[in-house]
Structures are given as C-alpha cells and as structure tokens.
Design a protein around this ligand. Structure first.
Ligand code: FEO
Length: 398
C-alpha cells in the first residue's frame, strides 16, 4: 500500500474500495475511494480518515512516509462515517490525546457518533499552523452535511474539499490527468445528482463566496474525499458545479415505470417513441432493470419526468413508490411531470402518481393517462396527446 505524492510534503494516504456497490441507497457501480491526506511539516497533519475497516490501509500508506505515531493532529472536514469511521481506531493507534479538529457542528456530530471513544475533538479557529504554513478553514454547510468544511493551504493553493467535487470511482489512478473525462464525467454527474441535488441552493451560495473571496482563484489543486484529485484542470469540475447548481432543464424526458403484465410497459414504449418523434431526447427507464439512483441521474438534467405504474391492491407498484420517495427527497427543481398507468378494475395508480408529482412541486400540464387492460390501437390517442402536451411544455422552458 503506497502513498501518492501530490506535492512536496503533501500525500494521498486514503483507501480504495473496489467492492462497494450500495452507498446509502445509491448504486456505486464503479466502487469508491475514501481519500485522506497527509501534510508533512513541523506538525504532521492528517486530513480526514477512512471508512471503518480501511484503517490499516491508511496507516500502512502513512508508514511509507513517516511513523504514523508521529502524526500530531487530525483535521476532520466532514463527520460522515465514510470519512470519520476510522477515527477511533486511528487515534487509538497514534495516541488518543492527539487533537482532532472539526467545525463547531463537526465537534457535536463527532462527539455524538463516537461517545465513549475518548477522542480529543476540538473546534477549529479561522486557521491552524502546521509549521511553515497555515491551514485556513471555510465552513461549507450542506456540502454535504451541516458539519462540512473545506481546509485550504493558501501557500501552495491546495484545497481539501471533502465531499465537494468528489465522485465514486475506484481505480489505481489518483489524478484527473490520468483518467479520461468520458470515464469520470458520468460518475461526477451521478454523484452530484444523488448526493447534492437537495442542497443546490446552499452550494450555489458557497460557490459564489468561494469565487468572490478569491478562494477558487487561488486554488491550484482540489483534493476531494472521493475519486480524483483535480490537479491538471481543477476549474473544469468547478464549472460543472456552477452549472449543475442551477438545475436548468434540457430538452429531455425520462419515462420511468414498472409493469406487471406489459401493459404499462407498452404505454411507456409508445410515449418514448412519440416524444422522440416530437424532437425530445427520451430515456426509457424500466425500474425492473435500472436502479433508482441511476434513474435520478437521468432525471437530473431532464425537463420532464413521466412516471407510470400498473395498479396493484389499489396502489401503485412498490418499485414506483420507492422511486418517487427517493426522487421526492432530492427536491428537483424546474420539472414537468406526468403520470400514466394500466389497470384492470380500480385503477388508482396513475392518480396516485399524479398526486405525488403535484406534491413534489412539478408542473403537470396534463391529467393522468389511464388505460384499462391491454392498450389497443384505439387507446393510442390519449398517449399521443400526453406526449404532445409534454413536448409543448418542454419547449416553453428550454
Ligand atoms: Fe463522503 Fe458525506 O460523505
């Protein structure tokens, strides 16, 4: 387990998790990394740790640079367990008396998470000396939790951004110049859509302040807690964040559904084709095959989300309810919604979806489309009318 040199005296000492596939309900098809960093100065400083179970990997990388027991202090930029879970074991090894610095909220969160572990958790001031240079701290509430903060080394322009600017990608490569954008871009979008969509307003304010204060201008390297270190072109990921926080709709519709005996599937296929003929980019997303977190990534930049379900036991399909629950939590902005479904007798599903999309604040330009039993040629009219109405609504917002 080797460390990776970033600059003289700054190293990546994290862990690579090739096997993780479920990250609090979000599918991570390419695994992830838990990035931690070591600053070797008069005070040896560890920035963040790793998920519990990966402490040995971190310590063995540190040991290639310096005896881990010589670490003087730890900065915890974010209290979530994928970065803080290793704190108790690591501090037990390097010395429980060593200070762990965190934001004020971080002190509370870490204290609550690790009650009885004997950690010496202290709030950060504006800056902290490591010897020849200072670490400056910037509160970044809601990238990704209320405790989150950035740590910045102005002398060398290195920003430790914890979850901010991260992505889930396990690989032996550590830097943006070693991985093609075609590989990392989908993971960065997937990460933003699933983890940060809910917080686009506070993130927009943080970005604005980071730009106006000169923090972004001074930054030469961004070191996030997941994925690649941005050393060749850090402004690329910052530009993407500045775009994504706006949640601007594009000429795209996602048709997301589940089906029992193929009737709802038939409607979904007809809608997909009809919208495509009307010039809308369409994404056909069957919840039988596609994970909810990948569907919301498709939804992120789409103007319209069209949701379909058969009726079962007077309800919508559980997989559709699961998707709507997940999407509701993300509070997408600027979305057009529509509902459809097939049924045999009671037929509640499409109405329930319509009500849910309304409660999510979507603009619903059409009543729901419900088709009894198997759709026939005579049933296509309402499906095509729905496609036309949605296409027209999309044109008005893109
Ligand atoms: Fe990577 Fe919010 O933790």
């Amino acid at each position: 387990m080797e460390p990776v040199k970033i600059l003289d005296n700054i190293y990546w000492v994290g862990a690579v998790d090739y096997d993780i596939r479920d990250f609090h309900g979000y599918l991570t098809p390419k695994g992830s990394t838990y990035n931690a960093y070591l600053i070797v100065d008069e005070k040896i400083t560890l920035i963040d740790t790793v998920k519990h179970g990966f402490e040995g990997e971190l310590l063995s990388r540190v040991a290639k640079i310096v005896d881990p027991k010589k670490i003087d202090q730890v900065i915890s930029n974010h209290a979530e367990m994928d970065h803080s879970g290793g704190l108790p074991e690591i501090l037990k090894y390097i010395g429980l008396e060593k200070p762990v610095y965190a934001s004020k909220v971080g002190v509370q969160n870490l204290g609550a998470q690790f009650q009885g572990a004997g950690l010496n958790i202290l709030p950060v001031a504006e800056k902290l000396s490591v010897g020849q240079q200072d670490i400056h701290f910037v509160e970044t509430r809601m990238i990704h939790w209320p405790d989150s903060m950035f740590s910045f080394l102005p002398k060398v322009g290195v920003l430790f951004s914890q979850d901010g600017f991260g992505l889930h990608l396990a690989s032996p490569q550590r830097f943006d110049d070693e991985v093609d954008e075609k590989i990392w871009y989908p993971q960065a979008l997937n990460y933003f859509a699933n983890i940060l969509t809910l917080y686009t307003d506070p993130i927009a304010k943080i970005l604005e302040k980071a730009v106006s204060s000169g923090l972004i201008g001074q930054t030469k390297i961004i070191c996030p807690d997941h994925g690649l270190i941005w050393r060749q072109n850090p402004s690329r990921i910052v530009e993407l964040y500045c775009k994504w926080v706006q949640q601007k709709p594009t000429n795209k519709a996602v048709i997301v559904f589940d089906t029992m005996w193929h009737s709802t599937e038939y409607i979904a296929r007809e809608l997909t084709d009809a919208l495509a003929i009307l010039g809308v980019e369409t994404k056909y997303q069957s919840l039988k095959n596609i994970h909810r977190s990948q569907v919301v990534t498709e939804c992120f930049e789409a103007a319209a989300i069209i949701v379909g379900s058969p009726t079962i036991n007077n309800q919508m399909y559980p997989s559709v309810a699961d998707f709507l629950c997940y999407a509701k939590g993300l509070k997408f902005k600027n979305k057009i919604g529509a509902a459809f479904g097939s049924y045999g007798w009671s037929g509640e599903s499409a109405k329930l979806i319509q009500a849910e999309l309304t409660s999510m604040g979507y603009n619903l330009p059409s009543p729901e489309v419900r088709i009894r039993w198997v759709p026939l040629e005579k049933d296509l009219g309402p499906i095509h009318d729905l496609a036309k109405t949605v296409a027209e609504a999309i044109k008005k917002v893109v």
